[in-house]
Design a protein around this ligand. Sequence first.
Ligand SMILES: C[S@@+](CC[C@H](N)C(=O)[O-])C[C@H]1O[C@@H](n2cnc3c(N)ncnc32)[C@H](O)[C@@H]1O
Ligand code: SF4
Ligand code: SF4
Length: 321
Amino acid sequence: MIVNPRPVMTHHRKTGFKSCHMCAGVFFKCNAKLTCWCNDGYNYELGDMRKDHVGEFITGHVMQHIRNSFQMGYEPFEICQNCIAKTNTLRMLDDGLVIHVEPSNICNLFCEFCSCTFERQYKNPPKRKLLPFELYSKSMEEIRNSNIKVAVIGFIGYGEPLFNPYICQMSQLARNLFSESLIFIDTNANHSPRKARNLADCGVDEVRMGIDGVDQVSYEKYRERGNFDKCIKFAKALCDETNRIGSSTKPIWKYILFNHNDSDDQIDKAMQMADEMGVKILFHLTSTPNKSLRKDEDIISQVGMSRIGSNVDKKHRSEDH
Ligand SMILES: C[S@@+](CC[C@H](N)C(=O)[O-])C[C@H]1O[C@@H](n2cnc3c(N)ncnc32)[C@H](O)[C@@H]1O
Ligand code: SF4
Ligand code: SF4
């Protein structure tokens, strides 16, 4: 694990990639660090929300080094070699900043290939933390005051955003400051219906619920310690509440395809359940072990393009935030 090294400002290996997520992105870790957001980089400290003016940090020399390096055809840091956040799409700050916020690194599940699970299995696991609301709001206001165009604000990271008791205030503040941005929350949906209802009216565009299965057996193979019925109750409560109050928040069922949940029957059943609940379902592929081996075109022909999430068929790929 990389522990808070100083970023070295020299160009490293040559690269054919045009940019990486950090060229137009910033990641607020729950421990107040500003880090890269790829799996290897989330301990790679680029800045600190407590010491830095976050607007100036985004336009400042560390982040500019990342953009310049790609523009000159080099990887910015030693750790970039195996990074999955490199992309063939050219995205720079003018295209709009993507802010990823990690409200909490606490989690109730142990999904096998998640960094949050790996971390908790270390001999000395890093402390479980909540991002303080005041630090979050200070940082968001600094970005606002720097007149940086913000395209997306995502509450995600390596943990469960809904364990932060200020999650609704955080998303409402994001909406107040950035009225035009796409705002989303990713959750494992293993929470009470009350928490679901609270999310219906806090300015979020999308609540993406990671429910990778159609019953307890197919679901818990990846989502260890998760409770399938609880997720479905959560999803229903959110759908009912958004309908009741006429909210523009869209609940989305995010279904990652593994080899244990990708049969024709399972996929059909998931689509049927989603239709009955009135929730949009999107199927995603993954590159982690036990991934589904079904072909892109096969999945597309079964579910239709409107139910395809990112990573399925690069030609049709939606922007992966
Ligand atoms: C680390 S999770 C944190 C948010 C929340 N705890 C959740 O599970 O949705 C962030 C994103 O990673 C996705 N994810 C988890 N395991 C994955 C895997 N093996 N492959 C691809 N994406 C994965 C989740 O679906 C979620 O959208
Ligand atoms: S490519 Fe390098 S700079 Fe970009 S996210 Fe990955 S580790 Fe960070
Ligand atoms: S629920 Fe999300 S954060 Fe928790 S272990 Fe699973 S993928 Fe990771």
